[in-house]
Design a protein around this ligand. Structure first.
Ligand code: NAG
Ligand code: NAG
Length: 356
């Protein structure tokens, strides 16, 4: 399977499948049948394709010296337990050292089941009262994780939370521009089919998302348009679920199939995620994309390692977080452990990319 354009989803839709079956049953000649299917499909497209809305946009200024620095943390909200507070403390120190501009959360913000509502005290107990360092009193840009969907998902998206803690900003899908870099935040939980068809004992709050196919199709279309319109030299996509991971959850098949082709087609530099409770860097074998996992915000040490098709650069199974230091030309990432030690550094240059 190579051609996973957003439209392909519609060919999988039950309406078109039944058109296909009807046509195949009436005409023996495959080529005629195919033409008819395509005609039928294109005739139905205007009715089937939902209109897409532009992604919400935010701007963040860079520093006067032309640089930008930030921290990335994922899978964290446990009332400070499971080393969440220790990691928060080290983030504060590193944040101070790097004079960070903002923080990115890759989701699973509140365990085990998101927030129960905008008045859930967990918001303060797991966020406000944990990330107390001065350097962390910056804007936090967050996506939702699968655990967040198990509560009142609209609560985390609600602007009311900003009255309690003004750092909080969580939107399903949005673009954050900081002069030379565009971050595209993507809500990946609805992609994963098992949450819909086999949720086991969990309840997922699909309000404003269902039906799944419409959500995915719209999002991929909006993302593709936004990526094509982006003139920023750096394009980073942030989501909760992994595309490539050697840890517990491994690759996410739905993202590899549907999201990854859009990223590859549009020269995305990095895909940054959480979900697996570890730190990892994997390089794509057939594109410039770097897969970065920063999901070590609290519980970690799963003890699982499963290699995948792409090139593993680094894997740390414990708690930690990541920093990014960016200029127009250079992007540097670093991983830190629970003691604040730098355990991995990697950098790439735009000029080298363009020459390659
Ligand atoms: C955090 O504390 C709240 C009670 O204040 C509790 O409902 C929740 O389960 C706790 N979360 C974790 C991960 O322990
Ligand atoms: C917290 O971090 C320390 C140091 O790495 C580790 O020994 C301990 O097991 C961690 N605790 C948890 C709950 O992971």
């Amino acid at each position: 399977m190579t051609n996973h354009s957003p439209q392909l989803l519609w060919r999988n839709s039950s309406t078109l499948e039944s058109v296909f079956v009807v046509v195949m049953g009436t005409f023996a000649e495959k080529s005629i049948a195919l033409v008819l299917v395509l005609l039928a499909a294109s005739a139905m497209l205007p009715a089937l394709l939902p209109c897409s809305a532009e992604l919400q946009r935010f701007e963040h200024p860079i520093k006067p010296d032309g640089s930008l620095s930030l921290l990335v943390i994922g899978d964290w909200g446990r009332n400070g337990t499971f080393n969440q507070s220790e990691i928060a403390f080290q983030m504060g120190r590193t944040g101070q050292e790097l004079n960070i501009d903002f923080v990115i959360s890759t989701g699973d913000n509140f365990y085990e089941n998101g927030l129960t509502g905008v008045d859930d005290k967990q918001f303060e107990e797991s966020f406000t009262n944990v990330y107390t360092a001065k350097s962390l009193q910056k804007q936090w840009y967050s996506v939702l994780g699968n655990h967040d969907y198990r509560g009142d998902v609209l609560a985390q998206l609600s602007p009311i939370l900003r009255n309690i803690d003004s750092r909080w900003l969580c939107v399903r899908n949005f673009i954050l521009n900081a002069e030379f870099v565009d971050f595209f935040f993507v809500d990946t939980t609805p992609f994963v089919q098992t949450y819909w068809i086999n949720p086991e004992e969990h309840h997922y709050d699909w309000r404003d998302v269902a039906p799944r196919e419409t959500y995915i199709s719209n999002l991929l279309k909006d993302l593709d348009i936004a990526l094509k319109e982006s003139t920023a030299p750096w394009k980073f996509v942030v989501g909760h679920h992994t595309i490539r991971s050697v840890s517990d959850h491994g690759d996410t098949a739905e993202l590899s199939a549907f999201l990854l082709p859009v990223l590859k087609a549009n020269g995305v530099d990095m895909y940054i995620n959480g979900h697996d409770h570890c730190l990892e860097h994997i390089s794509s074998n057939d594109s410039p994309i770097q897969y970065i996992t920063s999901g070590g915000g609290s519980k970690a040490w799963r003890g699982i390692f499963v290699p995948n098709v792409d090139k593993l650069q680094y894997f740390y199974d414990g708690q930690g977080f990541m920093s990014m230091q960016l200029t127009r030309e250079v992007a540097e990432i670093a991983f830190y452990d629970v003691f604040g030690r730098t355990i991995y550094k990697w950098s790439t240059s735009k000029l080298r990319h363009q020459a390659a």
